[in-house]
Design a protein around this ligand. Structure first.
Ligand code: NAD
Length: 269
């Protein structure tokens, strides 16, 4: 029998503004029938773009839309509290907000740049995970999820990177911040298995988003990385979103603490 995703619960996506991976995830939840979606991003106008795109095709969806900085503990706590206040629960959480930073070797990297990258990518993902887990542990699993599978109290997907697994020149702060996200994912997966919560991450390769294509120089900088991967092309944000949706869904009911690489084969070469 062919199974398909069902998302009867409430979803939250960080870094959901614009046309990147988070926006593709938010639209993916909408098009697969999730009717309670919360989105956040640092950039209010790009967040509004995602809000408008979702409502244009799915006007029935209840949205919580709040701009803010995920490295700010006060914002993260207020945002998740608001989501739970409106939706009553939180079932799927996708921690996608992140920054790449300039191409710099360690000796060229200031402490401020190092801290900024880690504050957003690692500390921000941890702040969001903590707030999401605090809600998930105290709610009942949804009875409307697939009754033939183990109950799911919540599912978290962190967006790490292939660069948390392999190195790249001139990106030590970014690579280490993403390795930290993978390690955090595994630890949380162990700690919350008994609660019926699954925690996984995706590790995208080079994906065609504003982060990688903001100008021709950025595209050129990434050309060698694209050529290394056997598939020799950039991935689409929707190709990462599909992996994220799978991990959030009960089709992945036995997938725990996994770092799912979505990279056209980059790390196997
Ligand atoms: N594009 C790639 O090739 C690639 C590869 C591997 C991993 N990733 C990861 O995927 C995630 C999404 O990136 P993307 O490629 O879609 O890029 P993107 O720039 O389109 O999306 C990132 C979003 O995060 C938001 N953001 C940045 N700092 C924030 C903060 N402090 N608080 C809240 N929001 C913030 C940005 O405004 C942006 O909308 C990131 O974590 C990135 O590191 C991307």
């Amino acid at each position: 029998m062919t199974q398909r995703y069902t998302f009867p619960g409430a979803a939250v996506i960080t870094g959901a503004g614009g046309t990147g991976i988070g926006a593709a995830v938010a639209k993916g939840f909408a098009s697969t029938g999730c009717e309670r979606i919360a989105i956040t991003d640092l950039n209010p106008s790009s967040l509004d773009h995602t809000r408008a795109a979702i409502l244009a095709s799915h006007p029935q969806i209840r949205l919580v839309v709040k701009a803010g900085d995920i490295s700010d503990e006060t914002f993260v706590e207020a945002f998740i509290n608001e989501v739970v206040g409106v939706f009553g629960r939180l079932d799927y959480a996708v921690n996608c907000a992140g920054i790449l930073g300039e191409a710099l070797r360690t000796t060229e990297t200031s402490t401020a740049i190092f801290d900024h990258i880690n504050n957003v990518n690692y500390r921000g993902s941890w702040l969001c995970s903590r707030a999401e887990l605090r809600q998930m542990v105290k709610q009942d699993p949804l009875s409307s999820h697939d009754p033939n599978r183990a109950p799911q109290r919540g599912a978290i997907v962190n967006v790490a990177s292939q660069l948390g697994i392999v190195g790249r020149p001139s990106a030590p702060a970014y690579c280490s911040s993403k390795a930290a996200v993978i390690a955090m994912t595994r630890s949380d997966a162990i700690d919350y298995s008994d609660d019926g919560i699954r925690v996984n991450c995706v590790c995208p390769g080079v994906i065609e988003t504003p982060m990688t294509t903001y100008n021709e120089e950025a595209r050129e900088r990434l050309r060698p990385a694209v050529e290394i991967a056997p598939m020799k092309r950039m991935g689409k944000p929707e190709e990462v979103a599909d992996a994220v949706l799978f991990l959030c869904s009960t089709l992945a009911s036995f997938v725990q603490g996994h770092a799912l690489v979505v990279d056209g084969g980059y790390v196997i070469n």
